[in-house]
Design a protein around this ligand. Structure first.
Ligand code: PAN
Ligand code: ZN
Length: 199
């Protein structure tokens, strides 16, 4: 079978161009989700500070707009995540973070706005925290759990793209947390070890 015949046998997904405006919202997407403060219980160090935020106004802490066409390994998922500028006690706001279920898949993030970090670690304790400002590209290598942290005072907006068969394992981080967190000290973000260091 020649290659131009192959596509007739599968459901053909058409190429697509979208526009991402200044506020990060793509002109088209087929999946949207948001996390409110109440869905982040157990993720931040200061539980009381989180409860205070929830009781005042259960704010949206981050939003994700994406295109997901399939879970095929030859396909890509792409979209934008927007992390609100917010501190929970002294800790900067962040995404939950995850390993990919297919743990040897990688991902690209490209910062469109704001100031923050990509916090990454492997199961065995190799850690990397990379500062991201507008224009920074981060390659999240295979085997690295990853989360974005907003250390600035604007929305932290990132474009992401990953293989469609990657899948998400949230359980490991939910249970163990990351080994590094980003805290505010004297008005500056610092990277701190959590109780969970090493293996
Ligand atoms: C991103 C993330 C997105 C939200 O699409 O899913 O930034 O973060 P959480 O998934 O940790 O809630 C990605 O890394 N996908 O693989
Ligand atoms: Zn990911």
């Amino acid at each position: 079978m020649c290659s131009n015949e192959k596509h007739r046998l599968v459901n053909l997904v058409l190429p697509r161009g979208i526009h991402i405006s200044e506020n990060g919202i793509p002109s088209a997407y087929n999946n949207y989700y948001e996390k409110r403060a109440s869905e982040m219980r157990g993720f931040y160090q200061d539980e009381n500070a989180l409860e205070e935020i929830i009781s005042k106004e259960n704010v949206v802490v981050y939003r994700v707009y994406e295109f997901k066409n399939s879970e095929n390994s030859n396909d890509l998922v792409y979209g934008v995540s927007i992390v609100a500028p917010l501190k929970i006690g002294k800790e900067y706001n962040m995404t939950k973070g995850h390993f990919h279920e297919t743990v040897d898949t990688s991902e690209i993030y490209f910062c469109l706005n704001g100031d923050g970090y990509m916090v990454m670690e492997t199961e065995t304790g190799v850690t990397e925290c990379i500062r991201m400002i507008k224009g920074t590209l981060v390659y999240v290598a295979p085997y690295f759990a990853h989360r974005t942290v907003n250390t600035g005072n604007q929305e932290f907006i990132n474009l992401f793209c990953y293989p469609a068969h990657a899948g998400h394992d949230y359980r490991t981080i939910e249970k163990n947390g990351f080994r590094k967190i980003i805290y505010e000290e004297k008005g500056e973000p610092i990277i701190k070890d959590t109780k969970r260091t090493g293996l």
